[in-house]
Ligand binder design. Structure first.
Ligand SMILES: Nc1nc2c(c(=O)[nH]1)N[C@H]1C(S)=C(S)[C@@H](COP(=O)(O)O)O[C@H]1N2
Ligand SMILES: [Mo]
Length: 410
């Protein structure tokens, strides 16, 4: 992460106001689809509507309209290492999301086990030192629709992820300002949306205090140099680099320092994974210990070809894609033309930091005509490699199997 020098382009008041004003009434009821896309899911239905009806969003795959679950069409990832804000996926648990946020009266509250309670305006928050980082935001359930046997939840393809350059302030600087009292163990975060009925547990997520203080966890006010789209958390959101997006609380309004571990529904029941390698278990298996989901694991994808593509026998074919290392950088990306028997290293693109997508490409000559199973695998700098066999767990979390693309060479 680098510090932003004084005088670097700041996201000033005007940008913040513009973002707020653009937060129009949500297009829940409109979401009229003109076209459909077929996702490579494990089971039917595979068709999804494409929609342009959500504020500050271009064409997105409509997974659910209330609350909005919008998936990034996979072709977007072929265009560049950063995911544009208007194509960045959207996921909310509750539909009662503010449609505008008044930047003058907005306050971030810091309370609980602290020396001084704070109620920070956006200008006070933005007066802290600015930091920037490129990082992947990936839903825990990205690719859930590929789980077999099928599991309940948003049946995402591979587009519940995105990579952006985030600008913000360090969570540790905010906590230092409040003065964390000895005996504190966690920091609990929540945002401005409301549960539909009083009995539903508000969406609250907690991080261990040492994680919250690591200087990398950020409260972001800008994404790719612009104010956050409303649906991605305007005016401020958490960025927890290397960790699944469930911790990246949007429209962050409240930080509470806890002196006991958080046992709320969203920490203790939802978003837990089997405490096993690859968060893997057998369907129906009992006696499995579950723990809160945490660090991401490496993944890689081909972005310029889809299964069913036809490639020429003569000459070279350029195959390219993206990879990320999870909570570590990308060490290698390898490509196999024979379903995983032989592997050759791909060329890596520019290193945008260890939490970012990394582009890769390879020039491939196919030895003879026929059907090929292309596979791509990433190894991160900690030596963790994608598994050859898909994992399974009841919530459909943490898929990171080596992906396969069938092509025909003629
Ligand atoms: N306030 C709030 N923040 C939230 C959520 C939510 O429901 N409410 N969902 C989380 C989950 S599960 C995901 S996957 C990410 C999605 O971030 P995005 O919509 O910006 O892509 O937001 C996280 N932050
Ligand atoms: Mo998520």
């Amino acid at each position: 992460m680098r510090s932003v020098q004084d005088g670097a382009p700041l996201i000033g008041r005007r940008a913040v106001l513009a973002g707020g004003a653009a937060g129009l009434a949500l297009a829940h009821s409109r979401a009229l689809a003109q076209t459909f896309v077929r996702l490579p899911l494990g089971s039917s239905p595979r068709a999804r509507a494409l929609t342009k009806d959500f504020p500050q969003k271009g064409e997105m795959i409509l997974q659910r309209s209330r609350p909005p679950l919008l998936e990034t069409p996979f072709a977007v990832f072929d265009k560049g290492v950063l995911t544009p804000n208007d194509r960045f996926y959207v996921r909310w648990h509750y539909s009662d999301i503010p449609t505008t946020v008044d930047v003058d009266s907005f306050r971030l509250k810091v309370h609980g086990h602290v020396e001084h309670e704070l109620s920070l305006s956006l200008s006070e928050l933005m007066a802290l030192p600015h930091v920037e980082m490129t990082a992947v935001n990936q839903c825990s359930g990205n690719s859930r629709g590929l789980f077999a046997p099928r599991v309940a939840g948003g049946e995402w393809g591979n587009g519940a992820m995105g990579n952006a350059r985030w600008t913000g302030v360090r969570l540790s600087d905010v906590l230092k300002k409040a003065g964390v009292k000895p005996g504190s163990v966690q920091v609990r975060m929540h945002g401005l949306e409301k549960p539909p009925v009083a009995a539903s547990p508000p969406f609250r997520k907690s991080l261990a205090l040492d994680h919250a203080m690591d200087g990398e966890v950020m409260i972001a006010f800008a994404m790719n140099g612009e104010a956050l789209p409303l649906l991605n958390g305007f005016p401020i959101r958490m960025v927890v680099p290397g960790w699944y997006a469930t911790y990246w609380v949007k429209m962050l309004s409240d930080l509470e320092v806890l002196d006991k571990p958080d046992t709320n529904f969203w920490m203790a029941t939802a978003y837990t994974i089997p405490d096993t390698p690859h968060a893997d278990m057998m369907p129906g298996q009992t006696g499995v210990k579950f723990v809160p989901i945490n660090k991401m694991v490496p993944r890689s994808f081909i972005t310029n070809l889809q299964s069913g593509a036809k490639l020429p026998r003569q000459g070279k074919s350029l195959i390219r894609g993206i990879a990320f290392g999870g909570d570590e950088g990308v060490k290698t990306v390898e490509l196999s033309l024979d379903g995983g028997r032989n592997w050759a290293a791909a060329r890596l693109g520019k290193d945008e930091g260890k939490f970012s997508f990394r582009r890769w490409e390879a020039d491939v000559t196919f030895p003879k005509p026929g059907d090929y199973m292309l596979q791509v695998r990433c190894t991160n700098t900690a030596g963790i490699v994608q598994p050859a066999v898909p994992n399974w767990n009841p919530a459909g979390f943490m898929r990171n199997v080596i992906e396969s693309t069938r092509v025909t060479v003629a």
